[in-house]
Design a protein around this ligand. Sequence first.
Ligand code: GLU
Length: 373
Amino acid sequence: MINPSWRRVVLKVGSALIAPDNQGCSEQYLRPIAEFIRQCRLQGLEVILVSSGSVAAGRHHFNFQHQRVPIALKRAMAAVGQSELMNFWSNCFDFPCAQVLLTHGDLSDRVRHVNIQNTLRRLLDHNVLPIVNENDTIATDEIKVGDNDNLAAMVATVANADALIICSDVAGLYTADPNKDPNATLIPAVQRISPEIYALAGGAASKVGTGGMRTKIEAAEKAAAHGIDTVIIDGHQEYSFQCILAGNNPGTIFHGHAKPLPAKKHWVRHTLRAKGEIWVDEGCIEALCRHGASLLCSGIVNISGEFDSGDAVLVRCADGKRKIAKGVSRFSASELFSIKGQQSRDIAACLGYCPTGSDAVIHRSEMMLLERI
Ligand code: GLU
């Protein structure tokens, strides 16, 4: 029996499993993965599939031999490959599949975020298998997630999944690079993701996909903060899937935190991207970190970047070296230039208006501390 505390799982399958030779979708690894999905559903689990491979699957239709593909051509390859991918997956199952194409811009917009959540809910309620990928045909650097490990973690969060299973080309996280060090051993479980864990991830990346072990650890960190377990397994081995179905761990499990972050704080910390920075004095850092205060304009010494009210920003100490917090600013960068260092009661006099009706520049409910003092 699969882990009984899991009701809903997100399964991430990378390009190297979908199109291992860049020659379109290959049955080799996908048939066992499709069987795994079928078995999970038979055990009563809700499954969401995050499938990479649009570029890899579409590539063989274009007469282009170089390893580095120009972005416009990549988008075209993705457009062809995505429909082949969906066609392939749909033919594996006797239940309907739904294509869900997302960008980071969709996940960081509150209304679209809720729409994604509702749509996934409806699909699962009707026994449809959602198949998610990044919308590579239109994605630009500003709006894309960039790798499907992090995308899968964001999907697991938005869908309130219990587990994220990432199919890799190695069995899990090792104490050293298993391709170089014969003494490397598999780490079966990680309770907390620390800088040491990131150091173990190194930079290993596959030739076909975008991610490496680092993006998998990032994904596990995002998922854990939402209380979601992440398991990294070797997706080439049927044995990995048999183990999971029997409730065993064939790879590395990163346990979800027992006390997950509230959804809004998780979204601020792990989904929103900082558009600028607010630098604050020591008194302000003390108030934020020791007393759980909101950020007020009196403690601000400098502002960098162009941001609007409602954008996420990083809060740094006065010399810019330490990251103190991340949160949603209720004032734009240009408004903050006018009111930095002022008392809250002087905001209206400085600006000629008081834009929010509140004196908090970042309210504590929309702020995540990155440092404890
Ligand atoms: N979205 C990309 C694709 O379908 C893959 C990104 C990744 O490899 O992580 O080709």
